[in-house]
Design a protein around this ligand. Sequence first.
Ligand code: NAD
Length: 356
Amino acid sequence: MQANIVLLPGDGIGPEVTAEAARVLNAVADLGGHEFQLESHPMGGNAIDDFRNPLPPATLAACKAADAVFLGAVGGPKWSDPTAELRPEQGLLDLRAELGLFANLRPVPVFDSLVELAPLKPELLRGVDLLFVRELTGGIYFGPRQEQGDGDVAYDTLVYSTAEVERVARVALRAARGRRGKLASVDKANVLASMRLWRRAVTEVASAYADVEVSHHLVDAFAMQLMRSPAEYDVILAGNMFGDILSDEAAILAGSLGMLPSASLGSGRQGLYEPVHGSAPDIAGRGIANPIGAILSTAMLLRHSLHLEAEAGQVEAAVAAVLADGLRTADLAPPGQPAVSTKETGRAVAARLAGA
Ligand code: NAD
């Protein structure tokens, strides 16, 4: 197939991990006889420096025209003044809004070869394979807010409409159908009216997915349960804030932030794919960043935007294989053990694919 993929390398380690994501996409294209056109565009801090705009119009136009967009990471100390007029993160928020992306998918894969790295007992971690589906454009982060003049009172409002909940619930239910057929929806329906609406809307939509086993959980108890028996869960659906917190909590299970991929999806095929980590200025420019979160994000891109499920599975299998061979970047290597570079990791995954 032919596909036009926009790359937004961004700042810090963003360009380093994006180069390895591109290497893997090119390997997939060579292997399957596909034609992927990869085009890089400025975004984030570098675009503020060069264009005085974190999301220049030409970048936005290219993203809108693309089949899929891959982002490395944006931000860094140079642009971190919270009072600055232009901020890299604004480019990302604007891009999500412009592309109509309302569902954030964050898998938490736990590789058998890495279970020793997480702070939980290995026996709790074996077989863990979670997928968080977080509502991305509604809820308390986007509701009416007020900081009153005297600074003594402030409020943020948690608002959801039935339509907003239904559309993200459908994404989660479809994902569950393609996995182990289980969906855990998280809310706070015992206290919040918006969350009672959430539960009603999820229940209503779920009635059309009889093959998916749906359960409802209160967020406080669920946060504990998630650490006590993570292998019990498959797809986890939550609103914007609860999803943000729970997916960060669960990230610890994967052993390193550098391992985690994500996808932001809307109602069409187009999506934005990015590793969960930031621009890691503390290690930028040293060639030691872990590119696996970025590489696994390309697997999500292949699956969700290009509908190349077999190729997505091959990328995931190649990552599992190089980890099983003992390949470790510095964030994964035990103290005193040698670590491989960002490039060596990307090359190893691409070589595995070529030999697949
Ligand atoms: P971070 O994710 O960049 O780094 C946190 C820690 O994890 C650091 O010690 C870093 O070295 C390590 N780390 C992160 N990714 C790694 C990788 N691939 N391999 C090895 N180690 C890795 O978070 P932060 O330090 O809070 O933020 C740094 C900058 O990134 C800030 O400007 C922040 O705003 C931005 N940020 C951007 C995004 C994004 O682009 N989506 C997301 C989060 C943070």
